[in-house]
Design a protein around this ligand. Structure first.
Ligand code: ADP
Ligand code: MG
Length: 238
């Protein structure tokens, strides 16, 4: 259902090739972290999986479906962005239900679903508030709630903690881990922070200049890095 497979994926913007022949297997239910320095192609790869960028070459499957030529809304994915990107004029309830409303779900069903997810994220007391009346961590939880209500096969996260202060970052990181333990939804999580990668990742993919340097479990990468780039990148606190 929610496995993700990339086969020989390349991407160029104009004459500049930014993703070079990436192949990757993410298993159903796995939490996979893409890590690499700024400009290494993490967001581009995530946007390719989401269908927000097309590929120049290669193929993408989600579950047993070839999705390479499908638009985002037909890929059964939901994305959590680095900025909260909430609609400022809508309440928490309306923000969380908006995608379902667009999909034509009846109002009573949307309300039940949103209430359920809000309870899970401890947002149920905040449903009638506007985004500006929330803390940064609460806003990021609403942003996750928007993804969860859609019940996708795959969650895609692009540096979801980057706008939070250090304390909140640790808290929301823990909430994302809890969420994955609870829902077991296949997740692809982009970060440049090795602590995040090591705490959250079941599989870590190290990218450099649009190429995969190494794939492995956290301890494998830590104990047995394939080269000095991986060793120094994972060994240096940010
Ligand atoms: P990361 O998320 O790892 O910081 P990105 O995927 O954003 O890296 O970018 C990878 C490379 O692709 C960078 O060199 C960036 O400048 C380039 N790039 C990303 N998006 C575009 C675009 N829309 N047009 C041209 N170049 C882009
Ligand atoms: Mg990025």
């Amino acid at each position: 259902m929610g496995s993700v497979s990339l086969k020989n994926v390349s991407k160029s913007f104009g004459a500049v090739k930014v993703i070079h022949d990436v192949s990757l297997e993410i298993e159903e239910g796995e939490f996979c972290v893409l890590i690499g320095p700024s400009g290494s192609g993490k967001s581009t790869l995530l946007r390719i999986i989401a269908g927000l960028e097309d590929v120049s070459a290669g193929n993408i499957s989600i579950g047993d479906r070839q999705v390479t030529d499908l638009p985002p809304k037909h890929r059964d994915i939901a994305m959590v962005f680095q900025t909260y990107a909430l609609y400022p004029q809508m309440t928490v309830r309306e923000n969380m239900g908006f995608a379902l409303k667009l999909a034509g779900m009846p109002k009573a069903e949307i309300n039940a679903k949103v209430t359920d997810v809000a309870r899970m994220l401890e947002l149920d007391q905040l449903l009638e508030r506007l985004p500006k009346e929330l803390s940064g961590g609460q806003r990021q939880r609403v942003s996750m709630g928007r993804a969860i209500v859609r019940n996708p096969s795959v969650f895609l996260f692009d540096e979801p903690l980057s706008n939070l202060d250090a304390k909140l970052r640790v808290q929301v990181r823990g909430e994302i881990a809890d969420l994955h333990r609870r829902l077991q939804t296949t997740s692809v999580y982009v970060t440049h922070d090795q602590v995040e990668a090591m705490t959250l990742g079941q599989k870590i993919v190290v990218l450099k200049d649009g190429r995969v340097e190494q794939v492995g479990r956290p301890l494998e990468l830590y104990d047995d890095p394939v080269n000095t780039f991986v060793a120094s990148f994972l060994g240096t606190p940010s």
